[in-house]
Design a protein around this ligand. Structure first.
Ligand code: TXA
Ligand code: MG
Length: 317
């Protein structure tokens, strides 16, 4: 993609799909975060996605399809527990890594023999995929290393002139990327925590497990790279400091004293709001010129696991 190409913004899934069919990456809303999509078979468009994002070539894309019937066209030896997981949580914010069929075009999968498959529930995403008429491969629509986009304006901020089209939608309902689960072994292994929590997975497949950090580096290419980093320094804290530090923003579950002295404050009602707001908040704090972003830790249970995963990566910058 030429960096000086104008980015066309549309509310029409049909127009967005037409541009995608012409071979240009198109950003589209989903219930998790915005994605940047191309057709599974379109090698040139997939190369444009990697170029637009500055994405390492070793990091594979997720295949987005409309229904579970499509899974057998893309994957083989799908274990019964994977069908159970699709049945319980799809369409929705879950991606299953399966063995890729050898006849599937390989360009989006970074040389792996596997494929991550997701069935999104967002109506505009589904209409877009339907109109494209083919499996849509897509990573999150941010520059590599930046927080994932939860609003169409975030996509524009990162990819203006680098993607041909943005299908405009509402802010993302979940705000964190899908739960990614390796289903190529004996039991489901969570590679990336998300809104579908380990507790929820275990309710339907009791053997579901989370991965150790060392195991993750081997199994999940995406975890090897710097992530979710705003320009400001991210500082994890257990409670807000009594006196707001200068040029600092705060996000968490409690209400800090002297809220007016912070550059930006968000006290979330619950972990769902924290998850939904986090990436947008990191971007907003940057836009307001904050030098430091204080993020309150949450318990590592339920959705808190996914929030802490993103916070720890953002702070690791
Ligand atoms: O919610 C989401 O998953 C969003 C929306 C757009 O669907 N997509 C997204 O894509 O977050 P991306 O590329 O930013 O993150 C995909 C993650 C990466 O960590 C990648 O390494 C992992 O999924 N992944 C994809 N295919 C994989 C595979 N075959 N094996 C292991 N990990 C895989
Ligand atoms: Mg991403």
């Amino acid at each position: 993609m030429q960096p000086d190409l104008r980015t066309f913004i549309t509310d029409s899934p049909e127009r967005a799909a037409a541009i995608c069919r012409e071979g240009f990456p198109v950003a589209f809303p989903t219930e998790t975060v915005y994605g940047l999509g191309a057709r599974l078979s379109d090698e040139a468009a997939i190369a444009r996605i990697y170029a637009a994002k500055g994405r390492p070539p070793s990091n594979p894309l997720i295949a987005h399809v409309l229904d579970v019937e499509k899974v057998s066209c893309l994957a083989h030896d799908v274990p019964p527990f994977a069908h159970t997981l699709f049945g319980a949580f799809s369409p929705g914010p879950i991606t299953l890594v399966l063995r890729r069929r050898p006849d599937v075009p390989p360009h989006a999968f970074a040389g792996l023999s596997t494929i991550g498959i997701r069935i999104p529930s967002h109506p505009a995403a589904r209409q877009f995929i339907e109109e494209v008429g083919e499996t849509v491969v897509a990573p999150s629509a941010n520059r590599s290393g930046r927080p994932s986009p939860t609003r169409w304006q975030d996509v524009l901020e990162d990819l203006e002139g680098r993607c041909a089209c943005i299908l405009r939608g509402d802010p993302s309902e979940m705000g964190l990327e899908s739960t990614v689960i390796d289903c190529t072994g004996r039991a489901p292994l969570v590679l990336r925590p998300g809104s579908i929590t380990l507790e929820m997975l275990r309710d339907v497949v009791p053997s579901a497990a989370s991965t150790s950090a060392a195991d993750l580096l081997v199994r999940s290419p995406g975890t090897r790279f710097r992530h979710y980093a705003p320009r400001a320094e991210v500082v994890l804290i257990d409670r807000p400091p009594a006196i707001p530090p200068p040029e600092s923003a705060f996000i968490g579950l409690t209400a800090p004293a002297h809220a007016e002295a912070w550059t930006l404050v968000l006290s979330c009602e619950n972990v769902a709001e924290y998850a939904r707001s986090l990436f947008g908040f990191l971007r907003e704090a940057d836009a307001r010129g904050a030098e430091h972003i204080y993020c309150e830790r949450v318990d590592k249970t339920g959705l808190g696991v996914a929030i802490m995963d993103r916070l720890e990566r953002a702070a690791a910058g």
